[in-house]
Write a protein that binds this ligand. Structure first.
Ligand code: ADP
Length: 209
């Protein structure tokens, strides 16, 4: 099954995609993670996108589409994938329908207020990528990853100014995808202001996973 997860930053796409992978073995492709890894490994791509990510701006469409196109050629994608954080502009969405049409697009519905709280409280593990939240999903020991004991960090783009910028861009550029996928009859909407398990249950019900 080929899925798209889209919605505001902090809506829980990454968290739920990881659960779907654990339980249903559909591989998650997070463009945000692809870019962050490239930055960490100081590749050519990493050098190109580093400042863009810090500001919370979007990476140019052409470059982003190319990265995803390359990624789905890998073996682990032959039974499908979850695109997490891609597409997030109309150009990306329309291009992708020509490249490899998706089955369903899951829209994670959430208010800006909840998003701000979530992103402000988000802490991530720089080693394994696990995501925690100081309000809603605390690690067992404060500031420490449950999986590997690494110290948790705050992403640069989770600073207040970058959060405002990401939300602005989301409303301008990504929200039009709702009516786009609706017209294609591929839209599934879930309420993602609830906890991760409840969001997951909504998805398996809607997609009959
Ligand atoms: P979030 O969904 O919380 O904003 P992501 O990890 O999905 O975070 O993305 C982090 C950053 O990576 C984005 O702010 C943007 O700079 C870049 N990025 C990720 N996906 C895309 C995309 N589809 N198009 C353009 N830029 C992207």
């Amino acid at each position: 099954m080929k899925l798209v997860f889209f919605g505001a930053p902090g809506a829980g796409k990454g968290t739920i995609a990881k659960i779907v992978y654990d339980k249903n073995k559909i591989v998650q492709i997070s463009t945000g993670d692809l870019f962050r890894n490239a930055i960490k490994n100081q590749t050519e791509l990493g050098k190109k996108v580093s400042a863009i990510l810090e500001r919370g701006d979007l990476v140019p469409d052409e470059l982003t589409i190319e990265i995803v196109k390359e990624r789905i050629k890998e073996k682990d994608c032959n039974k499908g994938y979850i695109l997490d954080g891609f597409p997030r502009t109309m150009i990306q969405a329309e291009s992708w329908e020509k490249i490899d049409p998706i089955d369903r697009a899951v829209y994670f519905d959430i208010s800006d207020e909840v998003v701000k709280r979530r992103l402000g409280g988000r802490r991530i593990c720089p080693k394994c990528g696990a995501i925690f939240n100081i309000y809603t999903n605390k690690p067992k020991n404060e500031g420490i990853c449950d999986n590997d004991g690494e110290s948790l960090i705050i992403r640069k783009d989770d600073q207040e100014e970058a959060i405002e910028n990401r939300l602005f861009i989301y409303h301008e550029q990504t929200k039009p995808l709702i009516s786009y996928y609706k017209k294609l009859d591929k839209l599934v909407t879930i309420d993602s202001s609830v906890d991760a398990d409840t969001s997951y249950q909504q998805i398996i019900k809607a997609l009959k996973l």
